[in-house]
Design a protein around this ligand. Structure first.
Ligand code: ADP
Ligand code: MG
Length: 345
């Protein structure tokens, strides 16, 4: 049967939205049995039933193909599906059946999101470098002028008056501060030019333990528990230890902040098919779906001003991408969050 060989979930439905046929890929995509004769609603997560039914009814009504993309939690995993509903014309005038195509586009979408973010961060970096570069020249002028005026003050008649002392003092400040600004723009330029920095064989379990130790000392987290389940056979990874510690610190402090002094944060490490995974699972409130696509955006925060910068995840993402890896998130309100850092060996 052709249906079975398609790498695409296919559901054939009657006008009452009962499933007449479903192929193996369809059953697999929605993680359900391949039984026919039951309402389609049985195959879908409760909160998505109405939406998909509407898509199909519209296909029946308009006799046109309609398509939506939806995120769904299937067997605990967040997946993005492209759902396409097409009416099947029969001998009689009315369409008696419809076909629902279910295509798992999670990976493609994830890559697309990651690319967009990388692009935005690169643009932000380039912008910062441009600004830094432009500021360098005026700052040099300011510092130079201040220096030259100070030199002139030293020789003239007014060199002894109190006003001259003030001039000298303020010019000194101007010069000093201008040089400080130059140092800041200089380090910004260096940061943008050299994102990678040093890589050495690094024991990631050690990185996790150091981050945990640092956080355990902070009294605001004292009431939460942190447990580790680290694979002792983890091979060393060519990485920048300081940067990866920053990643662990950022993710772990987000988890502890989310749990607000309760619950347990579990950090695991494991080797899966040539990639090292560091997984942080918390018992916090979880992340609402509408925020999931934004948490990695620079300056996105749900914390009150002064507590959150919204840069933690953006920086973590930048570092992990630099190491050729990725960060995966699984979270639902009321179910806690799992952040997984995946790094290739
Ligand atoms: N473990 C988590 N549980 C719940 N929400 C989280 C978690 N980690 C991150 N978030 C959400 O992502 C947002 C952005 O995180 P981040 O970039 O670290 O910035 P910040 O911590 O400064 O707010 C947080 O404000 C929060 O809403
Ligand atoms: Mg943070």
């Amino acid at each position: 049967m052709v249906l079975e060989t398609l790498p695409l979930g296919v559901f054939v439905l009657d006008a009452d939205l009962n499933v007449v046929r479903v192929n193996r890929a369809g059953a697999r995509a929605l993680s359900c049995g391949a039984d026919a004769g039951v309402p389609l609603a049985r195959f879908l997560p409760d909160d998505r039933v109405a939406l998909v039914q509407e898509l199909l009814r519209e296909a029946f009504r308009s006799r046109h193909v309609g398509s939506i993309e939806e995120e769904m939690i299937v067997a605990g995993d967040a997946k993005i599906f492209r759902l396409t509903a097409a009416p099947v014309e029969s001998a009689s005038d009315r369409a008696a059946h419809a076909v629902l195509l279910v295509e798992d586009v999670t990976r493609a979408k994830g890559l697309e999101r990651q690319m967009l973010l990388t692009e935005r961060l690169t643009t932000a970096g380039r912008l910062a470098a441009g600004v830094a570069h432009e500021l360098n020249n005026p700052l040099a002028t300011i510092a130079g002028c201040a220096e030259s005026l100070q030199g002139r003050l030293g020789h003239g008649d007014s060199a002894t008056s109190a006003a001259a002392d003030d001039f000298r003092h303020y010019l000194g400040l101007i010069e000093e501060e201008a040089y400080r600004c130059k140092e800041i723009t200089g380090s910004l330029l260096q940061f943008v030019r050299d994102p990678g920095s040093r890589r050495d064989p690094t024991d990631l379990n050690g990185v996790v333990l150091k981050a945990v130790e640092l956080l355990a000392r902070q009294s605001r987290f004292a009431a939460s528990r942190v447990t580790t389940e680290l694979d002792p056979a983890l091979p060393p990874l060519a990485a920048n230890e300081g940067q990866l510690r920053q990643v662990c610190l950022g993710l772990a402090s987000n988890a502890l902040e989310a749990m607000d002094g309760r619950g347990t944060l579990t950090i695991r490490s494991r080797l899966v098919r040539g990639e090292i995974e560091i997984e942080l699972e918390d018992e916090g409130p979880g992340i609402p779906e509408e925020n999931l696509s934004r948490i990695f955006d620079p300056f996105f925060t749900t914390k009150p001003p002064g507590q959150g910068t919204g840069l933690g995840l953006a920086i973590a993402q930048g570092i992990v991408t630099d190491h050729g890896g990725r960060i995966e998130v699984r979270s639902a309100p009321g179910k806690g969050s799992v952040f997984r850092v995946v790094l290739p060996l």
